[in-house]
Structure formats: structure tokens, C-alpha cells
Design a binder for this molecule. Structure first.
Ligand SMILES: [Zn+2]
Length: 247
């Protein structure tokens, strides 16, 4: 693993990957014969990718109005590690960030990106998204999706786009990344129960998809897609799930 020190801050990587349950050496991808249609057959631990009934992503059609308070996020800005893990770039940090949901507090584990975005809103697919993965003290997962259109340059992500690790296994340390500044001012969201969108497709994941989208520039998106041309799982059946919305 090559490390490029871009900042003065150096720290130990203490967070375990959220996908620790994945069979470690099972190769999967976004194209056949190891693509999304085959994930469930690649390893017995991935069976839910085929047989699950609460899978993600979904085409979001809000069907259950409710009272969802604006997302209560707490992410201190600071140094982060950006790792190329083969399927996306993954951002981790030692800072103790968390999101407070009505079901409790979930600690930030990692952030990664998809191009195009995986979830759709009323059939619309955005060109880029970020998934912020969290875990509570009991191991329950909660993911926040930020959607991005092509438009103005994303200033918060500029340091990341400017120095992306280009090969699988490579990491870059950025001296500062402000996760909170990735969020829109109005933090209303859709909420539903789903799964991880990569093997092992674990269910019971609490999803929060922000309604207001941000932007990345065409140049930023192109730079990401040079590394990851397509890393989105196709839309999964909703199977009558509730999609709550408020705000
Ligand atoms: Zn994701």
C-alpha cells in the first residue's frame, strides 16, 4: 500500500471496515460474470444479494408522510484517509462523528462514492452520490445518501478530487476534509429500510436519502469516472416497503 502524505497530520487508522463480514477474497464487480446479477452466486455469504426482499437501492417514491426532524449531524472537520479499495474511494477518519436519528446515535464509519447514484428519486437518476455509513453501539447500520448533480464545482470535495489514490490499495491522507459542508442547508430526507448495496447485501440497514442535492463539476465527475466508470447496483424491487418523508 502506497501512502502519500499530503498533510502534516499523521494518525493511526483505527476503524474497522464496515464490510468486515464480507468473504475476504471473493472477487465481485459491476460487470458479468461477477456483476450484480451474479453476486448472490459468488459466495454463500452473499446469498441475500439474490434472495433478499429488502434490498437497496430502490426507486424512491415517498408513500408515507411522517414527522422526520431535519437530519441531526455531528461531523468534526479534520484529517481523513482516502483509500482506493477497488470498487470506490473510501474516506475514514479518527474524528468521532455521528448522526442522531430517532432510533439513536450512529457513529460515522466511512464515506464512499457511486457514479451514477444508485437510488433514484421518482425515476430520476443523479450522476453522482456519496454514502455515509454509520453504525450504532449494537452494530446496526445507518447510511446517509447525498445526491449530486453536475453543476458548480464541489468545494468541500475539491481536496479529494485533486489527489485521488489511483490504484487499488493506495491511500492518501488529506489534512482536512469537512464532511458537514457536504450537506445542504435544508436537511430533509426520505427514510426506508434496505440493505448494503454491495456484497454481502446485508439487510436491516436504515437509509436516509437527502432531498436536496448538491453539485460536482463535470471535470470532477470525469476524474472520478476515470477510476470508476460505473459502480452502481441496479434498482431493486421495493416489495411494498414504507418510504417515509417529512419536511
Ligand atoms: Zn454505497
Amino acid at each position: 500500500m502506497k501512502l502519500h502524505y499530503l498533510g502534516i497530520a499523521l494518525f493511526a487508522i483505527g476503524l474497522g471496515p464496515v464490510t468486515a463480514a464480507t468473504a475476504p477474497h471473493t472477487h465481485w464487480s459491476y460487470t458479468s460474470p461477477t456483476g450484480p446479477d451474479e453476486w448472490g452466486d459468488l459466495h454463500k455469504d452473499h446469498a441475500l444479494c439474490n434472495s433478499g426482499t429488502q434490498q437497496s437501492p430502490i426507486n424512491i417514491k415517498a408513500n408515507t408522510p411522517g414527522v422526520l426532524p431535519a437530519l441531526d449531524i455531528h461531523y468534526p472537520a479534520g484529517p481523513v484517509v482516502v483509500k482506493h479499495h477497488g470498487h470506490s474511494l473510501e474516506v475514514t477518519t479518527e474524528n468521532k462523528g455521528y448522526v442522531a436519528l430517532t432510533s439513536g446515535n450512529y457513529n460515522f464509519v466511512q464515506l464512499h462514492f457511486h457514479a451514477p447514484a444508485e437510488e433514484q428519486i421518482e425515476g430520476r437518476q443523479y450522476p453522482f452520490s456519496a454514502h455515509l455509513v454509520h453504525r450504532d453501539a449494537s452494530g446496526n447500520l445507518a447510511v446517509i445518501t447525498l445526491l449530486f448533480d453536475v453543476g458548480a464545482k464541489n468545494k468541500a470535495l475539491a481536496p479529494l478530487f485533486a489527489s485521488m489514490p489511483r490504484h487499488e490499495g493506495d491511500s492518501v491522507i488529506l489534512s482536512k476534509l469537512d464532511l458537514a459542508s457536504l450537506f445542504p442547508a435544508k436537511r430533509d430526507y426520505y427514510a426506508y429500510m434496505g440493505s448494503l448495496t454491495t456484497p454481502p447485501c446485508t439487510e436491516g440497514v436504515r437509509w436516509q436519502v437527502l432531498k436536496v442535492s448538491g453539485t460536482v463539476s463535470a471535470k470532477q465527475l470525469k476524474a472520478f469516472k476515470q477510476l470508476f466508470p460505473m459502480n452502481a447496483r441496479p434498482i431493486q424491487p421495493t416489495n411494498g416497503r414504507m418510504v417515509k418523508f417529512g419536511g
